[in-house]
Ligand binder design. Structure first.
Ligand SMILES: NC(=O)c1ccc[n+]([C@@H]2O[C@H](COP(=O)([O-])OP(=O)(O)OC[C@H]3O[C@@H](n4cnc5c(N)ncnc54)[C@H](OP(=O)(O)O)[C@@H]3O)[C@@H](O)[C@H]2O)c1
Length: 275
């Protein structure tokens, strides 16, 4: 089905739903008149109406009846309670995209046996500024809807097809949690600069620009491997080389890998609870 003709529902109007609605509307991907929203409490519905000009409905059942494409945008712990009472309203024409972390496709299939077209979606926080990494995987019945899924997610940022299981977890940890990990490093940069005499605001900006500069340099030359790019900015026995040698002696990579593994273990624990 053409994207412009889809009637798109958001079950839950919290942070991620709002980021997605903004991206879909501002990019011109979807007409705001084709978006419907529900939420457990009233305040966010008013915000959705006032700020985005989308339609709101009183019940999730009405949402499922009104829309052919439904984003499930509630917290994972609220998912079963939200879907169980309306599960029988879904039919094979519905495309359902779940944003809930820790709910694999097979768990969604059990919750919504009448809806074979399911997508599990994992955006990260920069979705709010349309610079997310967004992973998705599809149920077996949803392969014909892959184009629509990619088109719906494209306004959020970089869209990556991802197998369920270990690859999806790796994306969740490195890109989902990754935003938090990178901010931790940026905090170290800022604090070190402050410790060496820079004002907080200036130190913050210097940290941001250093990370942004490196990232943009890499983005501008996608064919150049990171280590080749690094070689160009490191002169032998120079200042950067001395710092890098120390980073390697302290095995920062090993510490990071360990942190990623710890996050993955936590993701598995939460997924176990989700099922
Ligand atoms: N935020 C992120 O960066 C991010 C990243 C990746 C994935 N996600 C996923 O996105 C989903 C939403 O996260 P969020 O950060 O947007 O959470 P959020 O801001 O708490 O939004 C969830 C919304 O769902 C509403 N809700 C709960 N139960 C409902 C029900 N039965 N019917 C209708 N609405 C209901 C809540 O209403 P109330 O107003 O009553 O609380 C709340 O507004 C989660 O599954 C999360 O794992 C988020």
């Amino acid at each position: 089905m053409m994207l412009k003709r889809r009637k798109i529902g958001f079950l839950g109007a919290g942070n991620m739903a709002q980021a997605m609605i903004r991206a879909l509307v501002e990019s011109g991907t979807v007409d705001r008149r084709n978006i419907w929203v529900t939420n457990r409490s009233g305040g966010k519905l008013k915000k959705a109406r006032d700020e985005f000009g989308v339609n709101t409905l009183d019940t999730n059942e009405e949402l499922v009846d009104a829309c052919d494409t439904i984003f499930i945008a509630v917290k994972p712990q609220d998912l079963a309670e939200a879907l169980e009472p309306i599960a029988s309203s879904f039919h094979e024409g519905h495309l359902v995209l779940s944003l809930a972390a820790g709910f694999p496709i097979e768990a969604l299939e059990r919750l919504l046996p009448g809806a074979p077209m399911l997508a599990r979606v994992m955006p990260n926080a920069p979705a709010a500024i349309r610079r997310a990494v967004v992973g998705y995987c599809l149920s077996a019945g949803a392969s014909s809807a892959e184009g629509s899924v990619r088109d719906l997610l494209a306004p959020l940022g970089y869209v990556v097809a991802c197998e369920e299981g270990e690859p999806f977890q790796a994306l969740t940890v490195s890109c989902g949690s990754g935003t938090g990990f990178v901010l931790e490093f940026m905090q170290y940069w800022q604090e070190w600069l402050e410790g060496h005499g820079f004002e907080t605001e200036i130190a913050r900006k210097m940290a941001v620009e250093t990370f942004l500069g490196a990232a943009l340099m890499a983005e501008h030359a996608p064919e150049v491997p990171f280590h080749d790019m690094q070689d160009k900015v490191v002169s032998k026995k120079g200042v950067t080389a001395a710092g890098l040698q120390s980073m390697r002696e302290f095995e920062i990579e090993r510490a990071l890998r360990y942190s990623f593994e710890r996050a993955a273990i936590r993701d598995s624990e939460l997924a176990g609870r989700g099922r």
